[in-house]
Design a protein. Structure first.
Length: 148
């Protein structure tokens, strides 16, 4: 696997699995790709799993929240796309017919993000990391606020 320490604007920079069975997902992806799961508590009832490959963060996973499940949200992968300026990208997405599902927000000092739905209904996150190479991917988001 290539090691990427900085993602260019417009490139995929993080992936996050939202599932109904986190334990089964950890077993499946661990066996399939050799990912080593590392669980982190996320609030009173949640766990956020960072999947590591060769000691580096490769992806993440979490359980769908009860409100998501009650609305019929299926298990899915959520992608993060690097941008130079989240607020500018949100504005442009709206102008192009996108819908803002979660407005731009600061994630402590790790970065800034928003959740957008394209005109066809596909959801994705915009991400701008701050300060260090480690915060170039939203792993630091997971460590600070959990999944969106």
């Amino acid at each position: 696997m290539a090691n990427i320490d900085k993602h260019s604007a417009g490139s995929f920079c993080w992936i996050e699995l939202h599932t109904t069975d986190q334990k089964a997902a950890k077993n499946f992806y661990g066996a399939l790709f050799g990912w080593n799961p590392q669980d982190m508590p996320m609030g009173p009832d949640g766990v956020y799993t960072i999947f590591k490959l060769q000691g580096r963060d490769a992806a993440a996973g979490c359980s769908l929240r009860p409100d998501e499940r009650s609305m019929g949200v299926p298990p899915h992968w959520l992608i993060y796309i690097a941008v130079d300026n989240v607020d500018g990208a949100v504005s442009k997405a709206e102008q192009l017919g996108g819908k803002i599902l979660a407005p731009a927000l600061d994630v402590m000092d790790a970065g800034r993000m928003a959740v957008v739905e394209d005109p066809t209904g596909a959801a994705f996150c915009l991400w701008t990391g701050q300060k260090t190479a480690a915060s170039e991917s939203p792993t630091s988001l997971a460590r600070s606020v959990g999944p969106i």
